[in-house]
Design a protein around this ligand. Structure first.
Ligand SMILES: NC(=O)c1ccc[n+]([C@@H]2O[C@H](COP(=O)([O-])OP(=O)(O)OC[C@H]3O[C@@H](n4cnc5c(N)ncnc54)[C@H](OP(=O)(O)O)[C@@H]3O)[C@@H](O)[C@H]2O)c1
Length: 256
């Protein structure tokens, strides 16, 4: 898929993978809408990219607020035309132990990582289905594969997102609407900078962005990277429960 002149919406562009993805997309000569709650950060990024060859507009939007999502999509349509590609990348992650178990954390994570994607899809899907074209890219995670200790809400949010995207992908084939699921391993961003444990095969966000961009251009149904982590998480998924629990418990003790 050639991205030139396409109207692309990208959420979570203020830092990490989203920031680097905005940089990579900007050199594709497209019409790019970048969104986040931090308008100052995305305005600064748009300014850095002003000579990239793309038209770049910024929008302040909290993805947990349905009305803000609707308004942002409407504004993008007015400014840049009907969307061709929506890259739904915004997410939050906080690790907490069972001793801190509370619904407020669950609400924040599930609202951002799941409903924050649903609200955008609700806005764009009718047009994509009517036009019989469009691409929805959802940034999930390899953390969707099992319930990792201290990351229950995050894992639950990403497995919900992955299965939602899969279900949509199957149904939307008949409308020629493509759904792409992105599943990164560990990428060095503000999200993972908080992690106190060793992260194997940690990748730089610019490299992750290049892999995602290349996967979108190839219209891959799933973009998983790095390959070794992908293999490891596939194996982990199929471990019998008693082995998984034993290994997880050893890991947990090591990290305490
Ligand atoms: N880093 C990794 O190792 C890794 C691995 C697997 C998957 N992922 C996924 O990759 C994506 C990007 O993560 P990252 O590592 O780049 O994290 P990051 O640097 O923390 O970026 C997260 C982005 O999400 C935005 N965001 C958070 N809450 C939001 C809200 N309520 N409304 C609008 N935007 C919101 C943030 O923007 P504002 O705060 O400015 O609003 C920020 O731009 C996420 O979906 C994450 O789950 C990351």
């Amino acid at each position: 898929m050639d991205l030139q002149n396409k109207t692309i919406l990208l959420t979570g562009a203020s830092s990490g993978i989203g920031y680097e993805l905005a940089v990579a997309l900007a050199y594709e000569k497209c019409r790019l809408a970048i969104l986040s709650r931090n308008l100052e950060a995305i305005n600064k990024l748009a300014d850095i990219l002003k000579d990239s060859g793309s038209i770049i507009k910024t929008y302040k939007c909290d993805v947990t607020k349905k009305d803000e999502v609707a308004e942002a999509v409407e504004e993008v349509r007015k400014d840049l035309g009907e969307l061709d590609i929506a890259i739904l990348n915004s997410a939050v992650s906080t690790r907490s132990s069972v001793a801190e178990f509370n619904s407020a954390k669950a609400e924040e994570i599930l609202k951002t990582n799941v409903l924050g994607v649903v609200y955008f899809i609700e806005e764009i899907l009718p047009v994509f289905m009517r036009r019989k074209s469009g691409v929805i890219v959802g940034v999930s995670s390899m953390a969707d594969s099992r319930g990792f200790a201290k990351s229950g809400f995050y894992c639950a949010s990403k497995s919900a997102l992955t299965t939602l995207l899969e279900s949509l992908r199957v149904e939307l084939q008949h409308y020629n609407v493509k759904v792409i699921t992105v599943k990164p391993g560990f990428v060095k961003t503000p999200m993972t900078d908080k992690n106190e444990f060793y992260m194997p095969f940690l990748m730089q966000p610019a490299k992750a962005a290049q892999i995602i961009l290349s996967g979108i251009k190839k219209e891959k149904k799933e973009i998983r990277f790095p390959a070794v982590m992908s293999l490891l998480t596939r194996l982990t998924r199929h471990l019998p429960i008693f082995i998984y629990d034993r290994l997880s418990s050893v890991q947990l003790k090591k990290r305490q």
